[in-house]
Design a protein around this ligand. Structure first.
Ligand code: ADP
Ligand code: SF4
Length: 709
């Protein structure tokens, strides 16, 4: 099947200064959590994006100098020859598929914590650091500015040597050039401060410098946050954001525009934004420049993409998350397989990887980050290794992914689900306010399962051990999920609360099963991801008086990792939910809950009509225990393996459940070695900074004269 003619416009080439993108699919810079420490993983990940049809594939933030160091997070660097060598792998891997390679040259200024290099932070004006830590950034003097310009030029030259086609001047996300632009952070009184023209001077010089050094062969892109969403005190798209673009309109070869301030504004989760949510801020850009424009907005629908081009909002379809969820999104559209797109659900688990300084992971795409380490390709699977038949018990995200992937490999699969609805927790959680897009985890897998007649699905089929054994399959995979705890034990409080015998205590399972709720509702959250906050919001929307209590000092604490915490707490407070912080549940009886202050132990009480415990989950492993006993008593027949996957092995995120199901299916009948992921190891540097050279430089003065960065 070929491309739908309606979508052909997406595959037109677009000129960007001296280079030409083969189509309009532009993978904008996004973090991978890999950075300079994992060059092979990075190259393999970007290579798969290019193979999947992204006409431009960009790196993540790439530091231009040791004074911009984001350790322990995964950033790239172009400080020296070794960095050029490592990044050349990425550029080559992208070129191998005919795409353009872009590099996000980055200086964080007061946003770089410099924990590795211990260089003092720099900023336009002296200011406290962006990451809360002692100290602050010093104000750059004129010599510092000259040096900064030199670093950008030298990094651009290295980028060109590494083979990149597009070199960024990066004035987004509150980084150094943006700190110069914004009157909030630029308090200078010299020619780099004061008027907007002065504040934009550094960005203008950066663009000119970069063009002078590499512009003959490389395109120079500017990423600008046209609105920092700080209201009238910052850059706004109606005000200075627009003026900056007007001022510099024709200078760069491409404008990459977004909203910023915090990263959470730019990569807003689906709980707090819709597809195309940046349009209102960036739509003006094409009216003030003739240069190509790209922006983002979690685009997954080809019709929306075509609308962006036809309505003149942008020339490319910029994407980070949709390209993570489905690196082959462009190819699927090109080949008329848009129904097979694994649509991003906007959960921001990908953001959590960078925030936790580990390689990228994704709820929808279990192969992301595993391209090099495990050799997983998002679209290619080994054919089945035997005629074995597999029973998958449980149709949640783990079971669905496992059955789908086994089916794709050609195995005969039976999938049995106790309920009459497939999707497990996803089908329930997608009913919570703002989480509707999460149902895509189920829908994509069900759709793909429909394409494999080797998979038989049985709904309303709760299996016991004897049922399982009677089926005579070779392998049994248990994906029976988990249930919410009822004892009050959570991540901060290990001792069960005194709640036995108290009526009107419910768990999320009861709520999803339709239990009646009487107000006032008290949600106790010692789990700290989305569930507690989302339930509180749901009860409030239903008109109840609602309080949420948690032992931690903020609500839904782990959503800091998905860049959502601010928005969660704001929404709860705005909607009138009473937020009770730093309180550990001690007991509950007769409509009164007793809490101890997490710091002082001081006791407080709160009345409730219904208390909802969101504390932790227990694996649903009764079937596993029964089967294990049957096998021990030699009733297992020809059963070759029983494997638990997903939450029934260890309750975790949906992303982990999908990964777990995929892992089993991917590795069945493969040699055991295939299951062991590779680890990247640091290489010794080359040239005069090799270990031998360093070891023999015993004179500290001589050594520092070598200016090892
Ligand atoms: P995961 O996230 O690991 O996929 P879920 O809790 O979402 O876990 O899904 C588990 C699914 O397994 C649920 O839909 C549940 O109804 C089903 N299930 C649990 N026990 C059985 C059983 N004995 N037979 C069939 N299905 C079961
Ligand atoms: Fe989209 Fe979630 Fe995957 Fe990120 S983790 S790309 S938000 S589906």
């Amino acid at each position: 099947m070929g491309c739908n003619p309606r979508y052909e416009i997406l595959f037109e080439p677009v000129r960007i200064g001296p280079v030409t993108a083969p189509n309009r699919f532009y993978q904008t810079p996004h973090a991978t959590g890999m950075g300079h420490l994992k060059p092979q993983s990075s190259a393999a990940l970007r290579s798969v994006k290019a193979e999947g049809g992204w006409g431009v594939v960009s790196t993540e933030y790439c530091s231009i100098h040791p004074s911009s160091d984001d350790s322990p997070f995964g950033f790239l660097s172009l400080w020296d020859e070794d960095d050029i060598r490592d990044l050349a792998h990425t550029a080559d891997a992208i070129h191998a598929h005919g795409s353009l390679a872009a590099v996000e040259l980055w200086h964080g200024g007061a946003h770089a914590n410099n924990r590795l290099t211990r260089e003092p932070m720099i900023a336009p004006s002296a200011q406290p650091p962006k990451f809360v830590q002692p100290g602050g950034a010093r104000a750059m003097d004129r010599q510092d500015i000259r040096e900064f310009r030199r670093w950008q030029r030298e990094a651009a030259i290295r980028a060109k040597q590494a083979g990149f086609d597009i070199v960024y001047c990066y004035a987004g996300h509150d980084y150094l050039p943006f700190q110069f632009l914004s009157g909030r952070t630029n308090r200078r009184t010299d020619e780099y401060g004061g008027s907007l023209e002065n504040r934009a001077r550094l960005l203008r010089e950066m663009i000119e410098d970069t063009k002078d050094t590499v512009g003959a062969t490389c395109a120079v892109a500017v990423r600008l946050a046209v609105d920092e969403l700080h209201g009238p005190f910052g850059i706004t798209s109606q005000g200075e954001g627009r003026e900056i673009i007007e001022m510099l309109a024709e200078l760069p070869d491409l404008w990459d525009v977004n909203v910023a301030g915090a990263l959470g504004n730019d990569s807003k989760s689906s709980r707090f934004s819709l597809e195309g949510y940046q349009e209102e801020h960036v739509a003006f850009v094409k009216t003030v420049t003739t240069k190509p424009v790209v922006s983002v907005g979690r685009f997954t629908s080809p019709d929306t993409m075509v609308g962006q081009i036809r309505r003149g909002i942008q020339d490319f379809i910029g994407a980070a998350r949709p390209s993570i969820a489905d690196p082959f999104l462009p190819k699927k559209i090109l080949e008329g397989r848009e129904d097979e797109i694994r649509e991003c659900i906007g959960c921001n688990i990908c953001r959590s990887a960078n925030n936790e300084a580990v390689p990228l992971r994704c709820t929808q795409n279990p192969t992301i980050g595993e391209e090099w380490r495990r050799g997983w390709h998002p679209e290619r699977l080994a054919r089945k290794g035997s005629e074995a038949r597999v029973l998958v018990v449980g149709g949640g995200p783990a079971g669905l992914e496992c059955a789908k992937t086994l089916g794709q490999r050609g195995y005969g699969v039976l999938l049995a689900e106790a309920g009459n609805v497939l999707g497990g927790r996803v089908s329930r959680e997608a009913t919570l306010p703002g989480l509707g897009a999460w149902a895509r985890v189920r829908d994509h897998r069900l759709h793909m399962l429909g394409k494999h007649d080797t998979v038989e699905i049985y709904r309303s089929s709760r299996l016991g051990a004897e049922d399982v054994l009677s089926l005579g399959v070779d392998h049994v995979v248990l994906a029976t999920g988990s249930t919410w705890r009822r004892d009050g034990v959570g991540s901060s409080v290990e001792v069960p609360a005194e709640i036995a015998g108290c009526p009107s205590i419910l768990t999320p399972d009861d709520i999803f099963a339709g239990a009646a709720v009487a107000g006032p509702v008290l949600v106790y959250d010692d789990e700290h991801y989305f569930m507690g906050g989302a339930l509180a919001e749901k009860f409030r929307l239903a008109g109840h008086d609602v309080a949420i209590a948690t032992p931690l000092p903020v609500v839904s604490s782990w959503t800091q990792m998905t860049d959502e915490q601010f928005f969660v707490q704001k929404r709860l407070m705005d909607s009138g939910v009473d937020v009770l912080l730093s309180r550990s549940l001690l007991s509950a009886s007769e409509g009164v809950a007793e809490f101890a202050c997490a710091y002082t132990g001081r006791i407080t009480r709160r009345d409730f009509g219904t208390l909802v415990l969101v504390t932790g989950r227990l694996a649903e492993q009764a079937l596993f225990d029964e089967l294990s006993m049957a096998i021990e008593s030699a009733r297992g027949g020809g059963l070759r393996s029983i494997t638990r996957i997903g939450d029934c092995l260890a309750p975790s995120s949906i992303a982990d459940a999908v990964h777990s199901g995929h892992k089993f299916a991917r590795q069945l009948d493969l040699p055991a070695e295939a299951a062991v992921p590779l680890r990247e190891r640091p290489f010794l540097p080359s040239g005069d900074r090799s270990w031998n050279a360093v070891r023999h430089v015993v004179d500290p003065v001589a050594r520092s004269a070598k200016s090892v960065p």
